[in-house]
Structures are given as C-alpha cells and as structure tokens.
Design a protein around this ligand. Sequence first.
Ligand code: NDP
Length: 338
Amino acid sequence: NKQVALKNYVTGFPKESDMQIITTNTIKLRVPEGTKDAVLVKNLYLSCDPYMRECMSAGDGGFSSFELGKPLTGYGVAKILDSTHPNYKKGDLAWGFTGWEEYSLIVSPRILIKIEHTDVPLSYYTGILGMPGMTAYAGFYEICTPKKGEYVYISAASGAVGQIVGQFAKLLGCYVVGSAGSKEKVDLLKNKFGFDEAFNYKEEPDLTAALKRYFPEGIDIYFENVGGKMLDAVLANMRNLGRIAACGMISQYNLEKHEGVHNLTLIVWKQIRMQGFLAGSYYHLYPKFLEMVLPYIKQGKIVYVEDKAEGLESGPTSLLSLFTGQNVGKKLLVVARE
Ligand code: NDP
C-alpha cells in the first residue's frame, strides 16, 4: 500500500523533502473481522487543498496536525471494496475524508458522502461537486447574501473555489472581477469563466489603485481567498454595507508571523460585515446544492477547470504547487482509475 506521509513538521514554506513516499506491507482488502461501521476503500482521486498546510504544522492552528510517518489525510473520491457500514456496500462510490494512499480503512467515517450521480466526471467530486463546490456555494449564497447587479471581487479567482464563485455571481447578474497570478489564469477568468474583468495582481505595484480602476464605484462583495495586503487594498475600496466572506488567507499560511492588516477601522466606518466560514459546517445543504449545480454543469452553464497529476508520487509537488500558484484550476491526484 503506497502512501504519502509527512516526514517532519513544517515551519515556513514547506518543501518536497518534508514528505516521503512509503510502501507498507500488502494489506488485506477487507474490513478486519469485528470492526463495525467501517469501509475499506480504493482511493481513485485525491484532492490537494490549501488547508492541508495547517495540518503540516506541529499544532495550535485550527486544524489537527498530520501524524508523522502516517499517510496524510484529506478529501478524495473512493470506491468501496468492503463494508460493515450500514450505508455502504461493495462497489459504491463516495467522496469524503480518506488517506493519501492506495487503499484506506475508514472506521466510523467523519465525512463520507455517497456519489449518486455518475454522468459527470468522477474527479469533480474533489472539486466542484465536493468540498470546494460547497465552499463556493456556502460562502457566496449564505455568507455574502448577494443581489443582482452588485459588484463582486474574488481573489485567487481561477482556483478550485474562486472559479465557481465567479460563475455563480455571473449567473446571478453581478459585475464580477477576479485576480490571479499569471497571464494564463487571467485569460481563463475572462475567456472561459466569463468574468467581466480580471487582472494579474503580481503586475500591480499598487493594489488599492488597481481595484479602484476596476471598481470606480466600490466593491459590494469580496470573496476573500488571499488575506494580507490584498485585504487591506479591498477594505479601502469597499462600499458601505459591503460583505466579505473570509474563505481563506493563503498568503499567510507559510509565514511564521502573519502580516498585519491596517485598514480594519474601515469595517466600522463602512459598516462592513466580514464573516469567516468553513465548508464543513454547511454539508447539510449538499442535496440542495447538487440540485442547483448539476443542471448547470450538464447544460454547460458552469465549466470547471482541473489540474490533474498522475500517481501518489506526484503528491508532494502537487500539494506545494498551491503555494507557488503553479496549479491552474483544481489540483488533484489521479491515484487509480475505477
Ligand atoms: P486554489 O486552487 O485557488 O489554489 C491556491 C491558489 O492560491 C494558487 O494557485 C495561487 O494562485 C494562490 N496563492 C498562493 N499563494 C499566494 C499568495 N502568497 N498570495 C496570493 N495568492 C496566492 O485553492 P482553493 O481554491 O482550494 O482555495 C482557495 C482559498 O480558499 C484558500 O485560501 C483556501 O484556504 C480557502 N478554502 C477555504 C475553505 C473553507 O471551508 N473556508 C475550503 C476550501 C478552500 P495565483 O496564481 O492566483 O496566485
């Protein structure tokens, strides 16, 4: 059973050598005798997610740390090979929490959702039909309380979550601008995802001035993926009664000391509502979400760009690519085909 394991806890920017590929003895592809509520799965796709960086630290963040020498844990799509769980039988497909390894024994699954619709790419359940999709849905509709015609700004806009938020906002009739870190990503935003405008934040010496150019009348909604200097520039450009969905702050995850934000007072003067949220608190809305998003995908009204890497061996590089911006779209590992 090939696995990707954490070798040592990380401070600062993670390196490939902080992880290792290990192979354990062959395992029986059955749930051990007497183990209740368990499934033995074959992992098909594994999701690379920025929050995993928090789990690579020794602790005290909001997430529990990975165990050294054990496979990383994360979201994935898997096929059930054996089950003592009442909701699953051999041959079922599911997405949820699994291990970065070929086969995983999952006892009393924390998050495992059966896949009922297979007329869409199965890998989408690591992205638009899985956790990132729920993040975009909960963050945009529940936290931002958007209205038609509002001015929406999204940072890290071409990524797993951002590309969906932008398309939701366009479908609602908002004016949507996204930022990303390369020309290729900016082209995707404008030409594939239908954003009204997009810019490369790395080429803007003054982010406040850049946002002023794209939003002369100010921003109603900011979908925050980046934090730091970007948040400061956005606060300076927010309109009164604006809303900020604090989804993530990836620019801070590898810093030993987080940057300060200087414009927080503007939250008071402009009566801005800023709320953090975690997708996992909204999974009860998953059926409602699927009902909305599946037809959009099938009708081509929402498109989704994935960035697939082959094999567990590419796990460490793939995970790190999220923090250099080398991923283009939803980063995932193809571990096995059905
Ligand atoms: P992406 O697919 O967007 O990949 C991460 C991207 O972040 C990179 O491609 C890069 O894009 C950008 N980035 C990396 N480092 C920096 C930096 N220092 N400054 C600015 N941008 C940077 O990832 P996701 O869509 O999965 O995640 C996006 C955000 O959403 C993250 O902050 C993540 O933590 C958060 N999240 C929150 C969830 C929740 O439940 N609240 C759930 C899922 C994700 P670029 O080339 O544009 O710089």
